[in-house]
Design a protein around this ligand. Structure first.
Ligand SMILES: *Cc1c(COP(=O)(O)O)cnc(C)c1O
Length: 381
């Protein structure tokens, strides 16, 4: 058969046709009012998605650049910080903080396990000198969404600031920055923002900005003060990813038109349909707090997980993600994030059933699709 490519990974995610086509337009210069108008419209759209009244800075880097900016601008070498490591991306906070000379208390969780706000409160009580708590909204390596609202309540009662990596979660699952007392929110362009990789976004609360003012860490490209100064002049300090920003304007127009509430509800339905589908054929989820961004599924006993991903991606070109690091070969991840519809879930589950069948897994074919279809039908308006 002639194969068709289906992108079902948690970043990069598929891009709406209307957003793809604007990238083909002739490039415009970035120091023009024409570009500034587009840029400021993007900043307004980002504030809508972040649910903040603070400035949102646009970086031309991948999401990790915004994580690095958070660290480099908040801490001084020797500062004590807490990082919550529930997977590959939570682990990254610890790595960046150590690179900048912080003294890191790293809370290492089993992938998929919860960490409650009460546990965080105890940590902060035991370590009152903590300056920053770094955590993740949606841990993309394990499909887990943490209680950011609870963490916000706890951290707000201390001197510390709360930094949240919202790179896969923001714009797909609720996390209103100001209302939930998040001090620094970080995100990236290639997940729920529905454009290619290459831009990162970051916003600071007034409480966090006081640390920015006092930070002595060496930095240059990611100096937040430079971005603030430039934003007041409707621009960025260095040449921005012009075409990506123009694409982001188009995608944010779509997001604003649909509205966040509807987008969150859409992801809830896709998440529920996916979970119902995999459970219907006897598979188990990795996460104890599964989010609606992606679903991490345990590879059943006796099945070669590497082979499963290889067949899905290679033979069926249903590009799901495998497991990372210790979970390579042990889990696979189906994304339902960004520009995806109900039938993308059916595609993923059909390819999964065909793959499992080929690998000799015993189950009744069609059950995953049937279960997902029922959720979609119940919720389809
Ligand atoms: C994708 C992702 C990142 C990494 O972003 P890059 O754009 O690859 O730098 C960080 N955190 C989370 C939660 C992610 O999903």
């Amino acid at each position: 058969m002639i194969k068709k490519y289906y992108l079902l990974s948690p970043g990069p995610t598929p891009i709406p046709e209307k957003v793809l086509s604007v990238a083909a337009e002739p490039i415009i210069h970035h120091r023009t009012s024409e570009f500034s108008d587009i840029f400021m419209d993007v900043v307004e759209g980002l504030k809508y998605v972040f649910q903040t009244k603070e400035d949102v800075f646009v970086l031309t880097s991948s999401g990790t650049g915004a994580m690095e900016m958070a660290v480099a601008n908040l801490i001084n070498p020797g500062d004590k910080v807490i990082t919550i490591n529930g997977g590959k991306f939570g682990e990254r906070w610890g790595q960046i903080c150590r690179a900048y000379g912080a003294e890191v208390r790293e809370i290492v969780l089993e992938w998929g396990d919860d960490f409650t706000k009460d546990q965080l409160a105890e940590e902060l009580k035991a370590h009152p000198e903590t300056k920053v708590v770094f955590t993740t909204l949606s841990e993309t390596s394990s499909g887990t969404v943490y209680d950011i609202q609870g963490y916000g309540e706890v951290v707000a009662q201390t001197e510390a600031v709360l930094v949240v990596d919202g790179i896969s979660g923001l714009g797909a699952t609720p996390c209103p920055m100001d209302e939930w007392q998040v001090d620094v929110m970080v995100s990236g362009s290639q997940k729920s923002f529905m454009i290619p990789p290459g831009l990162a976004y970051i916003a600071f609360s007034p409480k966090a900005w006081r640390l920015v003012e006092a930070s002595t860490c060496p930095k240059y490209y990611f100096d937040a003060k430079k971005y603030k100064k430039s934003l007041a002049k409707r621009t960025t300090p260095y040449t921005p990813g012009v075409s990506l920003i123009i694409q982001q304007k188009k995608a944010l127009d779509i997001i604003r038109e649909q509205g966040l509430e509807k987008i969150f509800e859409h992801h809830r339905i896709l998440g529920e349909a996916t979970r119902a589908g995999v459970k219907a054929i006897g598979l188990e989820l990795l996460s104890k707090r599964p989010g609606n961004i992606l679903t991490a599924v345990k590879v059943p006993a006796g099945i070669d997980g590497l082979q499963l991903v290889k067949i899905m991606q290679g033979k069926y070109m249903a590009y799901i993600a495998g497991g990372q690091d210790p979970y390579k070969g042990k889990i696979f991840r189906i994304a339902h994030l960004g520009y995806m519809g109900g039938f993308d879930i059916i595609t993923a589950l059909t390819a999964l059933e065909m793959t499992l069948s080929e690998l000799g897994y015993k189950f009744e074919k069609g059950q995953a699709i049937k279960a997902a279809e029922e959720i979609l039908m119940e919720n389809w308006e």
